[in-house]
Unconditional design. Structure first.
Length: 587
């Protein structure tokens, strides 16, 4: 069977059709979260945007009972009965969702004489394989279900899910309710917002004002924060093939709990602050800018909503503080400010990103992501077996995957074991460095558990063992971004077809600024060649995947080979390169 991994023990593979009825029919606009995810679904490969989960099946559960529970979930949750009519030929994101009152879905049953000893690992592989096929937004049931059975008895459910209607937390809610149904419990009425209810709220005047405020929050950070946390030698490309590293640490859990008691802060805030401090320390940055995707479930009416709410909160935490406690005091406010601004029209946001980065000459890089799902009612962490032991500090490497980030951390639980998984770009974090980062986080928590800790590179290096990146003398801090002028010159030369370029850093009342000196052939006509606007546009097309390159603030075309000072050279034309500049031609 295509796309399904199965060992030799499979004796039968069959498809069962499950019918359901009893829901209500509705239709209306898509939510902001749905529009955000559908945009990615239409653009990205299915295995990178679909999500998956593995659900346990209690011993003694019969096949009919398992199938009935799946049908009950479909009736209970509108998201599972939702499709998105659209014309695939236009490329436009669907604007409407339709909820059907009844319907059906298929379940693939893989029956075995003997299941592999690592049944959870096998189920995980089956679920991952199910992600590889694209969901039809206008047609498909949003769960692709595989039941792994032994002699006709279900043992695990391995599933892939469309990100258009679910996110990881929604799958956790479904898993909780699945187990409750199999235990014979009566589920309470759904009290969280349905996708259509959420869409109505978002499209109200108050909802549109919230979206506009979110865009203002993002614009401030896009204009002033570092364009990338990891702007350094070795940072290349927009996708990294990254292995996962899981930390399980009873030491870390004890230290986190003690630090929370000492400071009176929430454990999750302490952990977020420590992660930001360590990330900024390693990156050599004074500000930690990170995406925090689970932020928009902090409201009770959304906490258990079966829908896709996954939109980024953009956190910017200035880590320049005298001590950890002083930073912790402002971290909660910074996080809440980010959370409040995590619901927005994704199309409007990307238009904003395009406009602001073109004006600034930067490339927004979502290269640091912190996803703490430990405090949610249900999480993907539930798919893993309960901890049978509590290792003091255990690190386990897992499979790799292609990610558009350079540091991604998922927090699954904070007690009795601190359990988190990190994917770190191996070009920047070879395995020893990635392990050092994780053990350094535990050591930092232990340090702040007993007393306040002065902040600063020497103190943090001594406590954690993590050293800041060494960029070398060729790097400069310009407009809040670490920049390599040599890399800027090389990229601009490439963009202009190989003509000679020198880039200099000039101090101005507004701070350090980049000036590009571009040599023109002295035999050519002065007016020949690209303009500053054309040079800027050509450079911007090459910026993705080069976090150490920032567009010059001024482009100066000179006669002959460029030199560090254009004072002795004839200037042919100059300008900012931005589209609304005043052009100066010197002829």
């Amino acid at each position: 069977m295509s796309g399904v991994l199965a060992p030799d023990g499979v004796t039968a593979a069959r498809t069962v059709t499950v019918r359901y009825t009893g829901g209500g029919a509705r239709r209306g606009p898509v939510t902001m979260g749905q529009a955000n995810m559908i945009r990615c679904i239409l653009r990205d490969e299915p295995d990178s945007i679909n999500i998956h989960d593995v659900w346990p099946v209690p011993d003694g559960t019969g096949m009919d009972r398992a199938l009935d529970a799946l049908a009950a979930l479909a009736v209970r949750h509108e998201a599972l009965r939702t499709t998105f009519p659209y014309d695939a030929g236009t490329g436009a994101v669907p604007a409407e969702q339709v909820v059907a009152p009844d319907g059906g879905f298929t379940v693939t049953v893989l029956d075995h004489d003997v299941l592999p000893e690592d049944v959870d690992g096998y189920a995980e592989a089956v679920a991952r394989a199910a992600r590889e096929t694209r969901f039809r937004l206008d047609l498909d049931f949003p769960l692709r279900l595989r039941i792994l059975a032994r002699a006709g008895r279900p043992v695990r459910v391995a599933l892939a899910a469309s990100h258009a209607v679910t996110d990881g937390s929604a799958l956790g809610v479904l898993r909780d309710e699945w187990l409750a149904l199999l235990a014979g419990e009566v589920l309470p009425p759904v009290s969280s917002l349905t996708p259509l209810d959420l869409a109505a709220e978002e499209n109200s005047p108050a909802g549109r004002r919230k979206s506009a405020a979110s865009l203002t929050h993002w614009e401030r950070i896009l204009r002033t924060g570092p364009q990338a946390m990891f702007a350094e030698d070795g940072a290349r490309g927009t996708e990294t093939d990254t292995p996962g590293l899981t930390l399980r640490s009873a030491r870390g859990a004890r230290a986190l709990a003690a630090a929370a008691r000492r400071t009176g802060a929430l454990p999750n805030t302490v952990l977020l602050t420590a992660w930001c401090v360590l990330t900024a320390h390693r990156a050599g940055q004074s500000v930690c800018v990170a995406a925090v995707p689970t932020s928009n479930r902090f409201l009770p009416k959304l906490a258990r909503s079966v829908s896709t709410l996954s939109q980024d909160a953009l956190l910017d935490l200035d880590v320049r503080a005298p001590s950890f406690d002083a930073l912790l005091a402002k971290a909660w406010g910074a996080a809440m400010n980010a959370y409040r601004h995590s619901r927005f029209d994704a199309l409007d946001l990307w238009a904003l990103i395009g406009r602001v980065t073109a004006e600034r000459g930067s490339q927004f890089t979502r290269d640091a992501v912190f996803n703490d799902i430990s405090a949610l009612p249900s999480t993907l962490a539930g798919a893993a077996a309960p901890d049978a032991d509590a290792p003091e500090c255990e690190l386990v490497w897992g499979a790799g995957q292609s990610l558009p980030t350079r540091l991604l951390t998922f927090v699954y639980e904070t007690e009795p074991v601190l359990r988190l998984a990190t994917w770190a770009d191996p070009a920047l974090f070879p395995r020893p460095a990635a392990e050092e980062l994780m053990t350094g986080l535990v050591r930092l928590l232990e340090a702040v558990a007993g007393d306040d800790l002065p902040l600063g590179a020497p103190a943090l290096t001594a406590v954690t063992g993590v050293r800041p990146v060494e960029r070398g003398p060729g790097w400069a801090l310009v407009d809040g971004c670490w920049v390599s002028p040599a890399a800027v010159a090389g990229t601009l030369s490439e963009a202009l077809g190989g003509c000679p370029v020198e880039v200099v850093v000039e101090e101005t009342p507004e701070g350090a600024r980049l000036t590009a000196l571009i040599g023109a052939d002295p035999r050519s006509r002065p007016e020949a060649g690209p303009t500053p606007v054309q040079a800027h546009e050509a450079l911007m097309r090459l910026l993705p995947g080069r976090p150490g390159v920032l567009a010059p603030h001024r482009y100066v075309f000179v006669e002959g080979p460029p030199r560090q000072s254009a004072a002795a050279q004839r200037i042919l034309r100059e300008g900012t390169g931005r589209s609304r500049e005043i052009r100066h031609d010197h002829r």
